[in-house]
Design a protein around this ligand. Sequence first.
Ligand code: GUN
Length: 295
Amino acid sequence: MTAQIIDGSAISKTIIEELKQEVARLKEDHGVVPCLVTILVGNDSASQVYVRSKIKMCNYLGILSKQIDLPEETSEEELLKVIKQLNVDPSIHGILVQVPLPKHIKENKVLFAIDPDKDVDGFHPTNVGRMVIGEPVFLPCTPHGVQVLLQRSNIETKGAHVVVVGRSNIVGKPVANIMVQKALGANATVTICHSATKDIASITRQADILIVAMGKPKYITADMVKDGVVVIDVGVNQIGISPAGKRILCGDVDFENVKEKASYITPVPGGVGPMTIAMLMDNTVRSAKIKYNLD
Ligand code: GUN
């Protein structure tokens, strides 16, 4: 069997076009324009690329964006002050603090200071709690992107054994929580594997749907999966630089070999990555709609 490739770029483009119409409708019918603020502290080059692409997408959709760039030496106190001001500014619907933050700033202290009603990343404990009890407002963007990829590829999750490899707060734990919910696009039996799991391969081989987010290039090999598995690769690993100076990326899955056994597989790049930004835009539009009580 050779897997069908799940084209995350194409699926995210469809979602973006749907959102563009939604943003136009909100403006025309209600005079509402969603507004996202991004905060970038320091000079991390990957973070600069990510923030730039988020702003570019806002511009494309007609979402207002404000970019706050702060120097590396910004203190935690100064950053918290900026967030406090944004929390009370009624013209702002979404606040995103790009992580990682410089080492002298406590990431959780900053993320937890964002008003949960403007937390379009879905990282605030209030939103994490809402997700866990099945009353979500803002789902975290990458895990939600994984769910939407599966749904839009018509992959049945109800009753499926979903094995998640990785337990980060940004991907592993939330994606497991989303997939276990008694809800459409979920309702799975979920197992989480991590660095202390014994004999990971014996568990990954049981997966009907394998979601990998561990940050180890090509870790999942063909002998670790069963025939017909659906593989969602969330890993983004830089393994070199091309002669043209571009980053060469690979996922956590040995794509070339695993695709010969899988029924569906996401590529890296072009799989989960483009979904994250689409889900961020979706959360920003959702936030504005909630604020003005619009459907
Ligand atoms: N850094 C890497 N991914 C993300 C993300 O989804 N949100 C934020 N705020 N920072 C990130």
